[in-house]
Design a protein around this ligand. Structure first.
Ligand SMILES: Nc1ncnc2c1ncn2[C@@H]1O[C@H](COP(=O)(O)OP(=O)(O)O)[C@@H](O)[C@H]1O
Ligand SMILES: [Mg+2]
Length: 159
């Protein structure tokens, strides 16, 4: 497969979204940002929750950051930032949240990433979720060199 070909996979149910989160938890590194696209109810928070819980490797409540805008978690090797930027109206507010420093050193999961404007990290992995049949279709693109290929390799066949 050419290096930057997006990956499309079908997630038939909640458990499949959880499994994708678990897989990503094993592959993301400090400095990786994931842009989570898709409308309300697409599964952005569900995917983030599964990823965070797997990466923390301990039972931890992962609430939606809808109202707090950002929730942070201490993983073994870095902080995980989970943001929901829906309510932001200007990229300056992103700076106020401290996201720029987090992009450098943490793992950042960003719901409603269009609010970032020009602040989107160049190596961010994009995941867009859309309803399809009774489940969701996920399209993964971008990311640092080698990440998409690593995801493709780790995905179960036929997805
Ligand atoms: N692959 C899937 N198929 C069907 N329903 C799913 C799937 N993944 C997640 N869901 C459901 O979709 C909803 C997603 O909600 P949420 O993650 O809060 O969405 P968002 O953060 O995108 O607004 C949850 O009720 C979850 O159980
Ligand atoms: Mg959400």
């Amino acid at each position: 497969m050419p290096i930057n070909t997006p990956i499309t996979c079908y997630l038939p149910d909640d458990a499949a979204t959880t499994a994708l989160g678990h897989l990503l938890a094993t592959l993301l590194q400090p400095g990786d940002t994931v842009l989570l696209g898709g409308g309300i109810g697409a599964g952005k928070t569900h995917l983030s929750r599964a990823l965070i819980q797997a990466r923390l490797n301990r039972a931890e409540d992962v609430p939606s950051p809808t109202f707090t805008l950002v929730q942070t978690y201490e993983a073994d090797d870095c902080e995980i930032w989970h943001a929901d930027l829906y309510r932001l109206s200007h990229p300056n507010e992103v700076l106020e949240l401290g996201l720029e420093a987090a992009f450098e050193s943490g793992i950042c999961l960003i719901e409603w990433p269009d609010r970032l404007g020009d602040l989107v990290p160049k190596t961010a992995l994009s995941i867009v979720l859309r309803p399809k049949n009774d489940g969701r279709e996920a399209v993964l693109s971008g990311g640092r060199t080698g990440l998409l290929q690593a995801i493709q390799k780790a995905l179960p066949p036929h997805e």
